[in-house]
Design a protein. Structure first.
Length: 150
C-alpha cells in the first residue's frame, strides 16, 4: 500500500458539476443561501449563528476541523447539526469517515447520508481525493411519511 502525502492545505473548492448537482437535488428553487459559512481561508462560520433566511446552506468545510475538540471548540459537523436544529436545512460535502465519533454522534442519527460513487476531484488539483466522500443532509428525513406510518 502506498503512503499518501497529506495536503498542506484543506481549502479545496467543490467541483462546479457536483455543486450544480447538489443544487438540483437539495436546494430551494432559488438555489442555496448566499451565506457561505466556510469560505476558503476562513473559520468565522463556526462561531456565528447562521441566518435563517429559509434557503438551505451548502457546506464544504475544511476537513481539519470536522470534529469538536476542547482545544479548538466546535467542529463543522456538530455545527451543521446544531444549525439544522435551529431550523436550517444543511447540505454538507464530507469525507466518508464512518468509523469516527462525530459520524456516529452528529450525522448517523440526525442526517440523511448519501455516498458518492468514485472519488471527488477538489479544486484545480485534477486528481481525485485519497478518500471517499459523502453528502449529508440535515435534518434527516424519515423515509415514511405520516400517511404511510398509519
Amino acid at each position: 500500500m502506498a503512503y499518501i502525502t497529506p495536503s498542506k492545505t484543506d481549502d479545496w473548492s467543490t467541483p462546479p458539476e457536483l455543486r450544480a448537482r447538489l443544487e438540483r437535488e437539495h436546494a430551494h428553487p432559488y438555489g442555496f443561501s448566499f451565506f457561505d459559512p466556510c469560505p476558503i481561508g476562513g473559520t468565522g462560520g463556526l462561531q456565528a449563528l447562521w441566518p435563517l433566511d429559509g434557503l438551505p446552506v451548502f457546506v464544504n468545510p475544511p476537513y481539519s476541523r470536522l470534529k469538536t475538540t476542547k482545544k479548538h471548540g466546535i467542529g463543522w459537523v456538530e455545527k451543521c447539526r446544531r444549525e439544522a436544529e435551529r431550523g436550517r436545512k444543511v447540505v454538507a460535502l464530507l469525507p466518508a469517515r464512518t468509523d469516527t465519533t462525530w459520524f456516529h454522534e452528529h450525522i448517523l442519527p440526525h442526517a440523511s447520508v448519501h455516498f458518492l460513487r468514485g472519488r471527488v476531484c477538489f479544486g484545480s488539483s485534477g486528481k481525485p481525493a485519497p478518500f471517499p466522500s459523502i453528502v449529508c443532509v440535515w435534518p434527516k428525513k424519515n423515509p415514511l411519511s405520516d400517511k404511510e406510518k398509519k
